[in-house]
Write a protein that binds this ligand. Structure first.
Ligand code: ASP
Ligand code: MG
Length: 390
């Protein structure tokens, strides 16, 4: 009988030191010893990608996107080697592969590439030789052989895409939290751990800022009906299953975005600037006739092309309520926030979201209030939080 194939991904904090890498090696060995074939995808050690990005921006506030990929992909190469050495020392056969060695071919979109294919034969050979295969997350090469990266947080997408392309039985994402929460627990202490979340809710949460999983990985998993289990590499708790099974609650969770800027522009210029953004690969989060919202990291690039049309650049935060049938919630929440002296600069409702634009200093208070009002209250029926199933 063919062995089960498990793809395990470990994020930056899980591989943040040589000691942590040893703990990862032990987890991988445990899975291998249960009779599974194991492919491991790792991120750079925590803080490393930010450090490399900082160096690049010190040289140029708008670095070449090709060269940015060359430098950003370096962090993962360190981790794969350290993990392979650790496994080797513990007596297990392991081989590390960078993106190109693994035959991970992507499209040409530097900094935001999409994986197209992988060298299945290479994996088959190594796995049949009883090796543990360790792959650098977040990177690939385009057809011309240039290094590409998949966007910040992209190792999740590497893991899920590899799991799909290799026909794995399960994809496990090990991180520093023990699952998906109804809001960032560092902001809302009473946030609830979700036992399972459906693909739609998870994809929406990720799109609007929940950091636990990279959005394209959820999209890929949904398309291929591949279950993802989000687990903590620090605690043996059960984690969250991201699956096709529909969540039953109206409001699933809150997603927060802090690293945004609002650019107030000359009236009627927003549409034109948004089109330029599209050409430059700059994501526009919201757009009205008189303003645009983009990531902080894109502001310099944008000002280079249209500074004469931009009158003010100000930091802004977004809080997105994710769920189904949110019409009433939208109508209800605005006066309630106003009564709490929380100014909503603008709000939108579409599909499965209500998005509120807030002053950065109001974000945490708004999140706690909305969480208590629309999530905790509806969950309090299920008295025992542990027995909670969405
Ligand atoms: N190292 C990359 C980043 O920090 C990719 C990842 O960790 O998923 O964004
Ligand atoms: Mg991540």
């Amino acid at each position: 009988m063919k062995n089960r194939l498990i793809v395990q991904k470990f994020g930056g904090t899980s591989v943040g030191s040589v000691d942590r890498i040893r703990a990862v090696a032990e987890q991988v060995i445990k899975t291998k010893e249960q009779g599974n074939q194991v492919v491991v995808v790792v991120s750079a050690m925590s803080g490393e990608t930010n450090r490399l990005q900082g160096l690049a921006y010190e040289v140029d506030s708008v670095p070449s996107s090709r060269e940015l990929d060359v430098i950003l992909s370096a962090g993962e190469q360190v981790t794969i080697a350290l993990l392979a050495m650790t496994l080797d020392k513990l007596g297990y056969k392991a081989t590390s592969l960078t993106g190109w060695q693994a035959g991970i071919v992507t499209d040409d979109t530097h900094n935001q590439a999409t994986i197209q294919s992988v060298d299945n034969e290479k994996f088959d050979q190594l796995l049949n030789d009883d090796q543990i295969v360790i792959v650098a997350g977040f990177q690939g090469v385009n057809q011309a052989g240039a290094i590409t990266t998949l966007g910040r947080g992209g190792s999740d997408t590497s893991a899920v895409t590899l799991a799909g392309l290799l026909g794995a039985n399960e994809c496990q994402i090990f991180t520093d939290v023990d699952g998906v929460y109804s809001c960032d627990p560092r902001v809302v202490e009473s946030a609830l751990k979700l036992e399972h979340v459906d693909f739609d809710d998870m994809q929406t949460m990720a799109k609007y800022g929940a950091k636990v999983l990279h959005e394209p990985c959820v999209e890929f998993a949904a398309k291929h009906n591949l279950n993802i289990r989000v687990l903590s590499s620090f605690s043996p708790k059960q984690g969250t299953l991201v699956t096709r099974l529909q969540s039953k609650k109206n409001v699933c969770g809150l997603a927060l975005q802090r690293d945004l800027s609002r650019l107030i522009v000359n009236l009627d210029k927003a549409g034109q600037i948004a089109m330029q953004c599209q050409l430059l690969g700059i994501a526009v989060h919201s757009q009205k006739a008189e303003y645009l919202i983009v990531n902080n990291s894109d502001v310099s690039k944008l000002l280079q092309i249209s500074s004469e049309d931009v009158s003010i650049v100000e930091p802004i935060s977004a809080l997105t309520i994710v769920g189904a049938e949110l019409e009433e919630v939208h109508l209800d929440v605005l006066p309630q926030l106003l009564a709490k002296d929380i100014k909503v600069l603008d709000s939108f409702r579409c599909d499965r979201v209500v998005k509120l634009l807030l002053l950065p200093e109001h974000l945490n208070r708004a999140a706690n209030f909305i969480h208590a009002q629309y999530i905790e209250q509806s969950h309090s029926v299920a008295k025992d939080k542990k027995a909670l199933i969405l």
